[in-house]
Write a protein that binds this ligand. Structure first.
Ligand code: SF4
Length: 234
């Protein structure tokens, strides 16, 4: 995402006063070469809370400080396990020691003035470590440990368990508007193939994007990828 794109998206969404802007999804936001610059572009026109959702590997003390100075209000850091062995099994390329070190430093730096939560996606491989992760990071100052079951990301991953009966609803779809790096609005961050396309916030008005999304939701949601998603079916 360019700074100009971020500026346009912020201008398009500012009138709707979004409650929060999450920099996440479709990958790792800290890989962006100028994330503090993106935050600054969003900060000025938006009164929303701004959060960063990250795997924490690149969240050095310098980058954390730059993001906080730019206007980030909260962090969610994903922790895959309590032990290095399990983390290696789930995320072989991840520098788990760096994640733990960066998260500990962030918690020490932000103690009492900026919330830092831990995300823990529960799978068959790490279920036994859930309590240890909660204990470890709550005791070090995390404001919450959000532990939720892994899901199949819009049907792009094989499910761990068979899906339950459809309930035809999804709070992600209902409450979030997902803009990709170029401003294209998709169903959510699991729309890996860009199957849904409601327009572009760097180009179109928010009203037009929402109208397209609403029409799609009303007439064809049953046919789109949400039908394959066990978050939608749970
Ligand atoms: S049902 Fe799944 S794919 Fe559809 S919006 Fe919700 S989380 Fe995304």
């Amino acid at each position: 995402m360019s700074r100009d794109g971020a500026r346009r998206i912020a201008a398009a969404t500012a009138p709707s006063a979004p409650r929060a802007v999450l920099l996440s999804g479709f990958g790792e936001p800290l890989l962006h070469p100028d994330l503090p610059g993106i935050v600054r572009e969003l900060r000025a026109p938006l009164s929303s809370l701004i959060g960063v959702v990250t795997n924490g590997e690149e969240l050095s003390e310098g980058l954390a400080g730059a993001l906080i100075d730019a206007g980030v209000d909260f962090f969610h850091v994903s922790v895959p396990a309590a032990t290095a062995a399990t983390a290696r099994a789930i995320a072989p390329g991840l520098d788990f020691a760096a994640v733990e070190r960066n998260l500990a430093n962030l918690l020490a730096r932000t103690a009492g003035h900026l919330p830092v939560a831990v995300n823990f996606v529960v799978t068959a491989a790490n279920r036994a470590e859930k309590a240890a992760v909660e204990r470890a990071w709550r005791s070090r100052g995390a404001c919450a440990v959000y532990a939720g079951p892994v899901h199949n990301r819009g049907g792009f991953l094989a499910p761990e368990a068979p899906a339950a009966a459809a309930r035809d609803d999804c709070w992600v779809y209902r409450h979030c508007l997902f803009a990709a790096w170029d401003g294209t609005v998709l169903a959510c961050c699991h729309d890996l193939a860009g199957l849904e396309d409601y327009g572009n916030l760097a180009r179109d008005s928010l009203a037009d994007v929402l109208a397209r999304r609403e029409a799609r939701l009303r007439y064809t949601l049953a046919g789109i990828m949400c039908r394959r998603c066990d978050f939608y079916l749970a």
